[in-house]
Design a protein around this ligand. Structure first.
Ligand code: NDP
Length: 243
């Protein structure tokens, strides 16, 4: 069954690369009007803009760091002026970091929590006045949040926090018909290099014996943004190949 999102207005954070880019292209391909943001200009943004030209709809790429208050206020204001409402918000932007716990500085802890937990909170809170009845909020978590993994205590703490935030928000906003969910990817093959050793380890751990594709995460987001999931809220959907 193909998903139809004709006319839906969606904001996706961090859409210039990786999973976010696949989400933007999937939403646009299904007929949504999509606004996305990124931190740095460059070929990734130019190439996304070129690809979006081949889809119908009103798409908009904005340089805005979601961990920066001024940028965030400007982003939400642009969404309000351009679309007037947001039928869906996808909190995708996030940063990864690998550090032994004993060496984890408070600054790095704060940077990772700011980007992965505080930013989705602030984006969602600022976007709230634009979310009509029936809107869908989807946040990209991580499968390792509920499994645990060495060197990523700060990252998994932030991503676990998103699950609590989502469950409580689903209860608080449900009366307004707003659904709130998490998509938790396992290891996904993005532009980032994966060493042969890491790939082999993942292949042993994952039932499907491979890393996932960004499009496979985007498919779960499409489902949650669409009317196929109108009774799904407070949920975490794992997209992990059966870890
Ligand atoms: P990438 O690093 O490949 O891409 C991140 C995207 O988000 C880029 O477009 C980047 O823009 C943007 N971004 C990052 N921080 C900010 C910010 N503060 N403000 C605005 N834009 C920002 O990430 P992935 O695609 O790998 O990950 C996407 C999400 O999926 C993250 O939340 C991540 O934690 C999660 N995830 C990823 C997995 C994986 O295997 N890849 C597994 C599980 C979860 P720019 O390049 O300009 O910085």
């Amino acid at each position: 069954m193909s998903v139809v999102l004709d006319g839906k207005k969606v904001l996706v954070t961090g859409g210039s690369r990786g999973i976010g880019r696949a989400i933007v292209l999937a939403l646009a391909g299904a007929g949504a009007d999509v606004m996305t943001c990124y931190r740095s200009e460059g070929e990734a943004v130019d190439s996304l803009a070129r690809e979006l030209k081949s889809t119908a709809g009103d798409h908009h790429l904005v340089r805005a760091d979601v961990s920066d208050q001024t940028d965030l206020a400007r982003l939400i204001d642009e969404a309000r002026q351009r679309y007037g409402r947001l039928d869906a918000l996808v909190n995708n932007a996030g940063v990864i970091s690998h550090i032994p716990f004993a060496e984890l500085s408070l600054d790095e802890w704060r940077r990772v929590l700011d980007n992965n937990l505080t930013a989705p909170f602030e984006v969602t809170q600022r976007a709230l006045p634009l979310l009509p009845e029936g809107a869908s909020v989807v946040t990209i978590g991580s499968r390792v949040a509920t499994i645990g993994i060495p060197l990523r205590a700060h990252y998994t703490a932030a991503k676990s926090g998103l699950i609590g935030l989502t469950r409580s928000l689903a209860k608080e906003l449900g009366g307004r018909g707003i659904r709130v969910n998490v998509v938790a990817p396992g290891p996904i093959e993005t532009e980032e290099e994966v060493s042969p050793q890491v790939r082999q380890r993942y292949q042993q751990l994952i039932a499907l014996r491979r890393l996932g594709r960004p499009e496979e995460v985007a498919n779960a987001v499409l489902f949650l943004v669409s009317d196929l999931s109108t009774f799904v809220s407070g949920e975490t959907i794992n997209v992990d190949g059966g870890i």
